[in-house]
Design a protein around this ligand. Sequence first.
Ligand code: GTP
Length: 355
Amino acid sequence: MKAVVLVGGEGTRLRPLTYDLPKPMVPICGKPFAQYQMELIKKHGINEVIFSLGYKWNSFEDYFKEGSNLGMKIHYVVEESPLGTAGAIKNVEDYIDNDAFLVFNGDILSEMDLTDIINFHKQKKSKSTIVLTPVDNPCIYGVVELDENQRIEMFTEKPKPEDVRSNQINAGLYVLEPEILNRMERGVNYSIERQIFPAMLEEGEPMYGYKYPDYWMDIGNPFKYLSANQDMLLGKMKHNPGLVNGIHKGKNVTIADGVTLEKPVWIGDDVIIKEGAKIIGPAVINKGCKIGESTTVEKALLWENTELGSGCSLNSCLVGRGCKVGDGVSIGELAVIGSGVTIEDGTCIESGGKV
Ligand code: GTP
């Protein structure tokens, strides 16, 4: 079996971080997000992956190359203009054979049992299997209703509270039979969620929903992306990103006397933390960062090689790579600072601000 990973979107909700890196390449505890997906795919015995690319596609090829580091074969198919989530699948048709194939949205973090999902698809003789995840507030999503055999009966877009009959939404992972490709013309933009699946249902094709109750997060906006990093530190996933007693300390890390580390904290290689600084977890400080004297970093995420001056206060914010933050700067909750930004001494960036 082969897996197609859709990674061509511009990731507009994660801007300005995605001006520097495409969303699937943003780091989670020191590793590009897409690498977790590749490791999951590999773990379930799938060795051939097709990346369906567009925006900043070189970042993927520069990092994964032909895939041999992971023991996989990777193909890169680049769109001239965005083809949507289904047009992008049609565009990789040359790599699909007569077998069913997996499709991943390139922004979902989970530890799904792909083997069980594929077996379910085969047992049910399904044409399209959609993995489903439960949500607390179905009214803001497109929900999927199933019958007692888990066959899909209906898709309902943003149901009113009185009409809610399911809390299951599309989790962005599908098993598809290759005939689905016959429903599309090459080079045309199609949405799998809004066009192709509803049309299949209308025509009575057997489609099934696989309910996945465990950890699932789409990293599409700053809150969710920060949460994905923090959840990994808080042990909400099985994967441990190298924490020992709640702390990961990379190689060549320098921590001065009088620094407070409140776990869980993830610190990459070559980080320097100066006197009196406080790192309050769950926080992630990527490789090469410098934290100035008496600076507090609380529940925040710093990408590589960012330098914070002294007496700064960062709270639940996201800071890109290579930033230079002056002395006495404060950055509020869910503020997002793009890569390479310089912030003058004493600046206050309000909650939700974008720089
Ligand atoms: P936003 O702009 O913030 O909505 O993010 P996005 O562009 O990533 O869109 P969305 O979250 O809806 O996309 C879900 C997944 O499909 C992501 O992994 C995208 O990279 C991918 N994707 C979305 N549109 C396209 C497309 O036109 N072509 C390809 N190849 N992938 C796409």
